[in-house]
Design a protein around this ligand. Structure first.
Ligand code: BTN
Length: 246
């Protein structure tokens, strides 16, 4: 069971916080609250989720005791650097601070360690706010992630409360931060720069080489026909290439 007091201490700033043992989806709960009129900046976390949601309609496995499932209701960033880019950088900072581990980023906001995805981020708009959901695998569940061969875990000796508190702290701090320092960290941790990727555009499978990330967090790629910038969606890289990246 998560201890609310420990999260508060790790957070170190005043932020309304709710901790549930079980929840369907912390993102869904905060969106519902916001729609029903409670639009205060707040943090909701759960010990497990029965309907954890991922990007592009996927589900996010959220077993008890091994992971972090947290959502923040936030104002939208004031500049043109998306919240997801800020959040990816913030989670990298928090994990490094708490465990000493260096995560790498697969555009746009999947976080990897030793070639495995350990963290996913789902940002959703609601009213004039955003719900930012973060799922981080701290330990590998006994049964593993049989449906998700790419999934891994930090396998670090640390308290989940400490990670939750520090992640929330760094996300909040990143909202007021100049985008240059966030982009610098993001670019340094990018897994895909220089790599061959594929992506789907209007039903067509295309390939390209990654050049980097632009000032608005778009993925700059070199295709057969020229340079393009991808703003949404997902890109793929061969699993053998991914395993060999770090
Ligand atoms: C992804 O990898 O596609 C994003 C996964 C996001 C999972 C988190 S866990 C907390 C929050 N609640 C959800 O239902 N999803 C996000």
């Amino acid at each position: 069971m998560l201890k609310e007091e420990k999260i508060r201490r790790a957070l170190g700033v005043d932020l309304p916080l709710t901790c549930l043992d079980v929840c369907d989806s912390t993102n869904l709960r905060l969106k519902e609250m916001c729609r029903s009129g409670d639009n205060s900046v707040q943090l909701l976390c759960a010990g497990s989720q029965t309907n954890g949601r991922g990007r592009l309609g996927r589900s996010f496995l959220s077993p008890e005791g091994t992971g972090i499932y947290m959502s923040l209701l936030l104002p939208l960033p004031k500049d043109d650097l998306p919240l997801t880019i800020r959040a990816a950088a913030a989670v990298c900072r928090a994990v490094e601070e708490v465990t000493g581990q260096t995560l790498h980023i697969k555009w746009v906001n999947d976080l990897f360690l030793r070639g495995k995805k350990v963290c996913g981020i789902l940002a959703e708009a609601v009213e004039n706010m955003a719900v930012l959901g973060i799922g981080l695998n701290v330990k590998m569940p006994e049964e593993g992630f049989p449906q998700v061969p790419i999934a891994g875990a930090l396998e670090a000796e640390c308290e989940r409360e400490m990670l939750i508190g520090r992640i929330a702290f760094h996300v909040l701090e990143s909202l007021a931060e100049n985008k240059d320092s966030i982009l610098a960290l993001y670019r340094e941790r990018m897994l895909l720069t220089g790599k061959e990727i594929s992506f789907n555009q209007s039903g067509q499978e295309r390939s390209a080489r990654v050049l980097g990330v632009d000032e608005q967090g778009g993925l700059m790629v070199q295709t057969k026909t020229g340079t393009e910038i991808l703003r949404t969606g997902e890109v793929s890289i061969g699993s053998n290439q991914l395993a060999a990246l770090e």
